[in-house]
Design a protein around this ligand. Structure first.
Ligand SMILES: *Cc1c(COP(=O)(O)O)cnc(C)c1O
Length: 393
């Protein structure tokens, strides 16, 4: 098996023997002509199979060590289809602090169909065990929670799932197969929002599910076609193109994130930094034991509301925007953006305070990013006002 760097660089190669095109062609077609009655080229209709999407799916299966991968129109389309593996009356154990859209899908869309959920604290192994019931079918957890970046014990959870005879589903969007391969740790299904690191350029929306077991892979492929929330060929191509530089981007983003996290720790207006890459972080040792990288998303608390407002208004290189994982750095305020639909009490319990800021570190120069943050944190609004007044007068 080639090294992951080789798999990434060569993702999608060799798909067009006729011309030898190095880049995977974008098969922008809905349907395919059949050679003769009862025959097929292997492609019948693009919801079922499309060669560009198939190239991405093969690449992702290879990266995750999976029996198969299925690509979807978004991370949530991927999760919706995955949840169709279950039925009315089934119960899931889900780690708290999961992606806001995951909560929304489970509580507001799936619950009315009779899928029940018990949420448990990310790090509490006993709580996962205690939440299991005879009708439990799966445990769903993110490899690193967000925005507080807690790291669950995945091998431990795989053991709990195996003993109970339920599936372990891991949302690995924050780490990608480059850093962590949950199927190797005993997970059954892995969910990826390709909109983040896999595509990596803040330019498309997509999702992928990889699956370890052949029979389950067959069921998932059936659902992919039956539900129909598939990834289009153009976006499949963008994700494939992103994969080629995934390792390069992540190495740089991780290096930048560590530099920025260390700098943030020294700023008097910053009261707390969450980043598993810091040796003192609670998730550091756990993640080091299972992953080859420690991520490039960090979050931090500033001392008060005024500092938060100054920071968000003052950054110029770093964009104030939702999402993470792209080459451009983005800053987010989870309490008013990604976690706005939770009650204030629930937010507080999950550590999402009103002055918590999430930073997705891009591939820019770390010094420039620090200068941008530093200028925004230091900007005295009074002074800025003075300057404005004198310039105006
Ligand atoms: C973004 C995200 C999703 C949803 O993916 P979309 O592509 O936005 O639908 C799911 N899980 C995590 C952890 C995410 O960050």
């Amino acid at each position: 098996m080639p090294h992951i760097d080789t798999l990434l660089a060569q993702a999608g190669r060799g798909r067009d023997p006729r011309t030898g095109a190095i880049s995977t062609p974008i098969y922008q077609t809905a349907t395919y002509a059949h050679p003769a009655l009862g025959q097929s080229t292997g492609f019948d209709y693009s919801r079922t199979t499309n060669p560009t999407r198939a190239a991405l799916e093969e690449a992702m299966a290879g990266l995750d060590g999976a029996a198969a991968a299925c690509a979807f129109a978004s991370g949530l389309a991927a999760l919706t289809t995955l949840l169709c593996l279950f039925k009315q009356g089934d119960h899931l154990v889900v780690a708290e602090g999961c992606y806001g859209g995951t909560y929304r899908l489970l509580d507001q869309v799936m619950a009315p169909f009779g899928l029940t959920v018990t949420y448990v604290p990310v790090l509490d192994q006993a709580a996962y065990r205690a939440a299991l019931r005879p009708d439990t079918r799966a445990i769903l957890v993110e490899s690193v929670s967000n925005p507080c970046l807690l790291v669950p014990d995945l091998p431990g959870l795989a053991g709990i799932a195996r003993t109970a005879g339920v599936l372990l589903v891991v949302d690995n969007t924050l780490l990608t197969p480059y850093w962590l391969r949950p199927l190797e740790l005993g997970a059954d299904l892995v969910l990826h929002s390709a909109s983040k690191y896999l595509a990596g350029h803040n330019d498309c929306i997509g999702g992928v599910v990889t699956v370890r077991d052949e029979a389950l892979a067959g069921r998932l492929k059936f659902l992919q076609n039956a539900v129909g929330a598939v990834l289009g060929p153009q976006d499949a191509w963008l994700v494939l193109r992103g994969l080629k530089t995934l390792g390069l981007r992540l190495e740089r983003q991780q290096r930048n994130a560590l530099t920025i996290a260390r700098w943030l720790q020294e700023q008097p207006m910053v009261t707390r930094v969450h980043y598993p890459g810091l040796p003192g972080d609670p998730g550091h040792a756990t993640l080091k034991g299972i992953a080859s990288g420690l991520g490039a998303v960090l979050s931090f608390e500033v001392q008060d509301r005024a500092t938060l407002e100054r920071l968000i208004a003052g950054v110029s290189l770093i964009a104030y925007a939702e999402s993470f994982g792209g080459v451009e750095s983005l800053i987010t305020v989870p309490a008013v953006q990604t976690h706005a639909n939770l009650s204030p009490a629930e937010r507080l319990r999950l550590g999402v305070t009103d002055t918590l800021v999430r930073l997705s570190v891009g591939i820019e120069d770390a010094g420039d990013l620090i200068a941008d943050l530093g200028a925004a944190l230091a900007l005295d609004p009074g002074m800025r006002n003075d300057r404005g007044t004198s310039a105006g007068g």
